[in-house]
Design a protein around this ligand. Sequence first.
Ligand SMILES: Cc1cc2nc3c(=O)[nH]c(=O)nc-3n(C[C@H](O)[C@H](O)[C@H](O)COP(=O)(O)OP(=O)(O)OC[C@H]3O[C@@H](n4cnc5c(N)ncnc54)[C@H](O)[C@@H]3O)c2cc1C
Length: 353
Amino acid sequence: MRKLVVLGGGYGGLAIIQELLNNHLPEDVELVLIDRMPFQGLKTEYYALAAGTASDFDLRVSFPIHPKLTIKYGEITSIDLEGKRVLLSQSDIIEYDYLVIALGCTDRYHGIEGAEEYTRSIQTFSNTRQTYQQLNNVKPYGNVNIVGGGLSGVELAAELRESRPDLNIAILDRGNRVLSSFPSKLSVYVEHWFQSHDVATRSQISITRVEDGVLYNGDETILSDETIWTAGIQPVKVVQDLLIAKDPGGRVILNSFSQIPEYTDVYVIGDCASLPFAPSAQAAGAQAEQVAHVILALWRGETPKLNALHLKGTLGALGKKAGFGLMGKTSVMGRVPRILKSGVLWLSKRHLG
Ligand SMILES: Cc1cc2nc3c(=O)[nH]c(=O)nc-3n(C[C@H](O)[C@H](O)[C@H](O)COP(=O)(O)OP(=O)(O)OC[C@H]3O[C@@H](n4cnc5c(N)ncnc54)[C@H](O)[C@@H]3O)c2cc1C
C-alpha cells in the first residue's frame, strides 16, 4: 500500500481529501489525515467566536468518514523530508510515501517586543477561545485595541461592537486607511460604518513595544485592557523550521505542480504555500483541488493538465447586517455582500462536512 499523509484538516487539507476520495483513488493508496483537532475549525469565522456572537459548536465541520481514510489526532512537531516521516508529540512517528502540508498560518509579530506575550490571537481555534473569554471579561467601558486593520481586524472590531456596545474599541493601523489592500471606496464605506458605530480607527500607528495594559506608538502610550493582534501572518512553526526555499512572507516556494522542487513527493497548499494571491480559504480550496488532480494524473502515469487558479472575490462582514466585498474589480457594499457571505459559509459547511 502507498500512503499519502495530509497534515492539517483545514480549508486546504479537507478540500484535497474530498477531491481525492471523489475521484477514484487507486486501490493501493491509503490516506491519512493528521490534525490536532477532531474537526475542522472554520477559521474564516473566528472573529465571531472571539467576539462571542458565534458558538464554538457552530464553527466545526466534521471530518469525512471513509474506508480509505485514517484520521490521526496529534500535535505535529516536525517534518523529516529526507527520512519521509512526520514527528508528533509523545514521540509518535508517521511515515509517508506522499505528503501534503496544509498546516495554515500563525501570527507574525515583526520582532515587536512584548507583542506575542501581551496580545491575544485569533489564529487557532484554541487561542480564539481564550480571546473570547478575555474580551468578554473586559470591564464595562474598558478599552480594546485591535492592531491591524486588514480583513480579520475589521471583521473582529465590527462583530465585537455588536457583542459589546459598551466597550471603547479602536483599530490601530500602520497604513493610511483600514483595508489598505482593497479599493479606497471600500475603505471609505467601512470607515463610515465604524464612525456611525462608535469604533475608532487610527491610521499611521506603528506599535513599537507592548507591555501589560499598554501599547507604545513611539513615545505615545495607548492604554489597553485587551489587545488583539491581527497585524500579520506567517506559516506555522513546523513549516518555518523546514530548511527549504521560502518567499519573503516565509511561504514555501513550489514548482508548477505545487511540489517542493527538491522533494517532489511533498506538496504544500494553502497559507503555507507561496501563491500569486494573498492567503485565503478560497485560494487554499482552489489550490487543493488542482493538486488533487495533479496527484491523480501522476499516479495514472499521465502529464497533469494545469488550469490557472481563479478566485471569485473576497467578502467581509460588518456585524450581522452589513458587509463589503470585491468581486473581480467591482466593489460591493451593504446588506447584499453580508447575505452572500452567510450563503458562502452555509455552502462551505455543507460542502466540507
Ligand atoms: C478572522 C479571519 C477571517 C478570515 N476571513 C476570510 C475570508 O473571509 N475569506 C477567505 O478566503 N479567507 C479568510 N481568512 C483566511 C483563511 O481562514 C485562511 O487563509 C485559510 O484557513 C487557510 O487554509 P489552510 O488550509 O492553509 O489552513 P487552515 O484552514 O488554518 O488549516 C490548518 C489546519 O492545520 C492544523 N494544524 C496546524 N498546525 C498543526 C500542528 N502543529 N499539529 C496538528 N495540526 C495542526 C489546524 O488545526 C488546522 O486544522 C480569514 C482568516 C481569519 C483569521
